[in-house]
Write a protein that binds this ligand. Sequence first.
Ligand SMILES: N[C@@H](CCC(=O)N[C@@H](CS)C(=O)NCC(=O)O)C(=O)O
Length: 221
Amino acid sequence: MQLELISFKLCPFVQRSVITLKHKGVPFDTTFIQLDDPPSWFGEVSPLGKVPVLKVDGTVLFESAVINEFLDESFGERMLSDDALERAQQRAWIEMGSAALFAMFGTITAPEEAGSAAKREELAKLIGNLERQLAKAPPAPYFSGAKLSLVDTSFAPLFQRLFALPESIVDWDAVPTVKRWGEQLVEEPVVRDSLPEGFDEMFPMMLRKMNGWYAQQHLAG
Ligand SMILES: N[C@@H](CCC(=O)N[C@@H](CS)C(=O)NCC(=O)O)C(=O)O
């Protein structure tokens, strides 16, 4: 099977698939694009105009959660539960992870203080809900027990970005179980290995370029 991942280097959704591919040890090619100046062919392969897109022997898949489930079903040991109810719950938490990613992105890119604060509040609520869930069912050490799951691969890029910010947008003392899970996930070799080279410089550079309120306050210069 020939796999080609269409990627934007700093996209956390692409990174979900990179972690899954690497964890499964599946070889793949990557084609990087610039989202602010996409190549002319991108509109034809990406129905939503978003990355990631995975081409499988030329057939296009889009949406990170769908791509990850395809990879999971096609290669290696399963990263979702065999039990239908637990699997449905895992999918729901993956969706919640997407909402948290958008709330984080809104917080750090909103042009005005009020917009940033509203997104930060949204993020706090989501992370608080996650804390309640994890407090009931603590990661051991992963979300669903002893093995890395698609829930872990979906949240890991969020934690990498939250921990990389110079001024935290999460009150970590209020969510100790989430913090512990996140700290452990970002140390996973496969998660570290999924970050593009130069991430530490590129991520703040992108935020400065977007020039939101957060960047003006904490990333000047
Ligand atoms: N729900 C999508 C979200 C993907 C997404 O938002 N990707 C961003 C980059 S990180 C994108 O391509 N944005 C381009 C746009 O919205 O025009 C997924 O899970 O794959």
